[in-house]
Design a protein around this ligand. Structure first.
Ligand code: PEP
Ligand code: MN
Length: 345
C-alpha cells in the first residue's frame, strides 16, 4: 500500500503516520520528493487498513499496489533514483554512465592500461571481473582477490570508480572492500541469500538480468536488496536466451522502456554480453541509449584475440573510441550527456 502525504504536512505529522503504520505491524519506507512525501507500507494489504489511513490527518490518498514488488515500483517512487557512486559520478541522472574495461582482470598492467584507455575515450566507471562465472570449470575463472587489488589500483591510477562481480557470500567482505559498485551476475540474479547480504551493505549494487529472467523476477530480485535497506540498486539488461543461435544472447530492447516505466531504478545496457559479437556492440549500444537506458557496460581489451575470456565480444581501444563517438550523437538526440573524453580520437 502507498500513502501519499498532503504537501502541507510537517515532519511531526509524517512521524504520526509512520507510528500508526508500525503499530499495525507493518514497515514504513519513506520517499521524500520535492513536492510530495510518499510512504510505502510493507506488509499485508487489507481494505480496512486502507480505510483507516484514508481518515488520518495529512493523508492525501491511499493506493493499494497490486504488483508483487513494492519499493522498486514507480508508484512508490515516481521520481528517478539517482545513485551517487562517489568520485564525481552519479547514475540515473542526465549524464550517462559508461562502465568499460576487460571481461576478466588478467594482470596489473592489463587492467591499468585498459582503464586509462577507456577513461581517455569518455568512460566514467571501470569494469573488470576477478571472480568469473564460467560454464566450464577448466576455463580461466579469474584472479580472485589478487584481481580485486589490481582493479582497485587501476581505479586509483585512472581516478575511475570500479565495478566488479560478487559471486558468493564467501567473498562479500573482499569485494565490498575494493569495489565502488557490486555486480550481481546474471547467474546469481535469483541467489536470494546473496541479494539479502548485499542489501545489508551501504554500497551500490547492479543486478544483471538472468539468462531466462522475466521482468517481474528481475524487479523482485531488486526488491530483495531494497527490502534489506539498501536503496542504491541499478538493473542491467544483458540479453536473454532465446531460440536464436546466430548470436550469444538476444538483447531485449523492450526491457529498457518497460523497466523504466515500471520502476524508478536506473537501467544499464550491456550489449557485449547481449550480443556476444564485437561488430554488434556499437549499434546495440546506440539502440539502448535511444530506448532510454541510463548507461552502458562495455567489454574492452587491448588485444581481444588474446583475451582470457569473452574476446569475441570485446572492443579494441579504437573500437571503443568509435563506439563512444556513435553513442554521443544518439545521447544528444535524447538529451542525455556523456562525460567529455580526455582525448579526442
Ligand atoms: C560479466 O559482466 O563479465 C558477466 C559474466 O556478465 P553476465 O553475468 O551478464 O553473464
Ligand atoms: Mn564477460
Amino acid at each position: 500500500m502507498i500513502i501519499v502525504v498532503s504537501p502541507e504536512a510537517a515532519p511531526a505529522d509524517i512521524d504520526r503516520i509512520v507510528a500508526r503504520i508500525e503499530e499495525s505491524g507493518r514497515q514504513a519506507h519513506l520517499s521524500i520528493g520535492t513536492e510530495r512525501t510518499i510512504i510505502g507500507v510493507i506488509g499485508p494489504d487489507l481494505p480496512q487498513l486502507q480505510d483507516m489511513f484514508e481518515t488520518m490527518a495529512h493523508v492525501e490518498s491511499v493506493h493499494r499496489v497490486t504488483k508483487p514488488y513494492k519499493l522498486v515500483s514507480r508508484e512508490f517512487q515516481p521520481r528517478d533514483t539517482v545513485i551517487d557512486i562517489g568520485k564525481g559520478v552519479t547514475i540515473g541522472g542526465n549524464t550517462l554512465a559508461v562502465m568499460a574495461g576487460p571481461c576478466s582482470i588478467e594482470d596489473e598492467d592489463h587492467v591499468v592500461g585498459t582503464a586509462l584507455a577507456v577513461r581517455d575515450a569518455g568512460a566514467n566507471i571501470l569494469r573488470g571481473g576477478a571472480f568469473k562465472p564460467r560454464s566450464s570449470p577448466y576455463a580461466f575463472r579469474g584472479l580472485g582477490e589478487e584481481g580485486l587489488r589490481h582493479l582497485a589500483h587501476a581505479g586509483r591510477v585512472s581516478g575511475l570508480p570500479v565495478i566488479t562481480e560478487l559471486m558468493s557470500v564467501r567473498d562479500i567482505d573482499a569485494v565490498a572492500k575494493y569495489a565502488d559498485i557490486i555486480q550481481i551476475g546474471a547467474r546469481n540474479m535469483q541467489n536470494f541469500m546473496l541479494l539479502d547480504e548485499v542489501g545489508k551493505l551501504k554500497k551500490p549494487v547492479m543486478i544483471k538480468r538472468a539468462l531466462s529472467g522475466q521482468i517481474e523476477e528481475w524487479l523482485l530480485a531488486a526488491e530483495y536488496v531494497l527490502a534489506q535497506g539498501n536503496p542504491s540498486v541499478m538493473l542491467c539488461e544483458r540479453g536473454i536466451r532465446t531460440f536464436e543461435t546466430a548470436y550469444r544472447n538476444t538483447f531485449d530492447i523492450n526491457a529498457i522502456p518497460l523497466v523504466k516505466e515500471l520502476s524508478h531504478l536506473p537501467v544499464i545496457a550491456d550489449p557485449s554480453h547481449g550480443t556476444g559479437k564485437h561488430a554488434l556492440v556499437t549499434p546495440v549500444a546506440c539502440a539502448a541509449i535511444a530506448a532510454g537506458a541510463d548507461g552502458l557496460m562495455i567489454e574492452v581489451h587491448p588485444s581481444p584475440d588474446h583475451a582470457l575470456s569473452d574476446g569475441a565480444q570485446s572492443l579494441t581501444y579504437a573500437g571503443f573510441q568509435s563506439m563512444m563517438r556513435a553513442v554521443s550523437g544518439i545521447a544528444a538526440a535524447v538529451e542525455r550527456s556523456l562525460t567529455p573524453p580526455l582525448v579526442h580520437a
